[in-house]
Design a protein around this ligand. Sequence first.
Ligand SMILES: Cc1ncc(C[n+]2csc(CCOP(=O)(O)OP(=O)(O)O)c2C)c(N)n1
Length: 644
Amino acid sequence: MGILLDRINNPRDLKGLVPRELNKLASEIREEVVATVTNSGGHLASNLGVVELTIALHRIFESPRDKIIWDVGHQSYVHKLLTGRKKSFASLRQYGGLSGFTTRSESEHDPFGAGHASTSVSAALGMAVARDLSGDNYHVVAIIGDGAITGGMAFEALNQAGHLGSRLIVVLNDNGMSISPSVGALAKLLDKLRFDHRYYRVKEESRHLLSNLPLGKKLYQLGQRLESGLRGLVSPATFWEELGFTYMGPIDGHNIPELEGALVKARDYLLKPTFVHVITTKGKGYRPAESDAVYFHGVAAKNASTKLIPTYSEVFAQTMLHLVRQDPRVVIITPAMPEGNYLNIVQAEFPQRVFDVGICEQHAVTFAAGLVTQGYLPVVAIYSTFLQRAIDQVIHDVCLQDLPVVFALDRGGIVGEDGKTHQGTFDISYLSLIPNLIVSAPKDENELQHLLYTAVKSDHPMSVRYPRSLGLGVKLDKEFKEIPIGKWEILRDGDDVAILAIGSMVAPALDAARELAKDGIGTTVVNARFAKPLDEELIKELASQIKRLVSVEENTLNGGFGSSVISLLQGSGIADAQVRCLGIPDEFVEQGSQDILRAKYGLDRSGIAQAVLSLLPNATSSSLSKNRNEVGSALTRPILGRWK
Ligand SMILES: Cc1ncc(C[n+]2csc(CCOP(=O)(O)OP(=O)(O)O)c2C)c(N)n1
């Protein structure tokens, strides 16, 4: 760790540094961030871009009394280093370590937790209004990127802030990039402000002119009108001012004195909402990240797997390329994640049929619904965690009208190091609630192709959920085939217990069955590829013949696949079967590697085998008996009657 950074234990320690030292500190911070993130993985380029901005914020404001709120929170590593967390910085994103986002429980300097985009202005406005109601006088600053500001919530908040006129500072960290280049009309507006400094000059000159005139009150007001007219003529900054904000900028985000000058002015002189437009370079100071900010937005941990098997996301994109080629009605929508979904391969060949709508999940879903009404077949490519944003759009705009939108749900299940805000552990539950929607998950990457094809043909809304991981390495069929909706697949026969596994849990269920077979335990393994509709006939048959069922899902147990199976059996009158449900208990899943977390919840070979054994009181397995009673997340209940 650098000499200066070593001396900074809290933001107060920054205040005595002179400009030369501040630049040196910025270099030391960059070194620390690059060294740590290339090891732990994480958001590299975004953090390198805000080093000077973070230093300036902590010198001008008094955190934690003043509230500094980072949107998304993925760019808060520098803030963590300066707010007493540098000793644990090496644990970033590890199991039990520092979060990769802002987290209230981690520090008093994180007044608001985040992970999903576009929330900062709403939270900041809530704090500013609370301050005013209680007669307090601290400052509230929200820092939002030009990507995150495309999210509808940010506009809703700006709209209310301008209306209330509360004292609030919104810093726009404008680097021209979301993960990919920022898209949309707002991005164009910001481009104009960034590259056209004419407005700034004209504004300064007109201010100077006015201040030197021997003005009476009337003439002054006329001058004010003249100034705003002039602005309207030459500057898109008027946009922010019409929203009720005082606009300041553009400011060089790597020049600490310039940043501090603007922040002091916003802090001390303006008693209304202020918009400070700061221009930064994503990846600043680390050449590879500056020249490829898209790749370096999020980097993998050093020990990440480099096997040559394609990921599910890659197989999704390849499948979409074929489907777009085959059918001119198929179009793809991504809310700002073309990279994560590998859609660049489709974009390269069909730029007109892939729509990056910005960080706008709600709009993405209803935009898709509109496309369907005119005969198109939209596939919304979205991470499970981000579809949470758009539940009403899925219910009200898509499913209520039974419009065949396909939801390709990437990162379903445990995602790992991004932690609580990003785990995709709710979608089976929140989607299974909705009438008309078909809810599915493939057992491997080959079945992913077939389910996507089925979804496009299904004539109903349908979701296909797949995990954040490499595929299983199975052969990919050249021809796609339709899978009968609601039909499951028996992969292995056995008389003792039937495991009903969905999606990513099929492979470990098969492993568990093989293990149990060594001890003479016969297990039926079912690929329950549809969580809705369920394969009623098969469930009833297994429940009445085998009588012992284990359901396994990488999803919350609350309202999940297992609970649908139990409800079905409760209504069917098969009273003597037992069902043990494996899944995630009623909690948010922390950060850590997928392997660690799956083992924690018994969602691996050993956990599944133990759940099977728990239904066979007299059975033991030589290899598994050690941990037999430690299945943390399983619920067992007879189908009719009380919880055990
Ligand atoms: C609701 C939501 N959708 C998508 C994402 C994924 N995501 C994380 S950071 C990011 C880009 C943010 O861009 P910007 O706000 O400009 O910050 P930068 O990284 O450029 O500094 C996206 C799309 C998210 N975190 N939340």
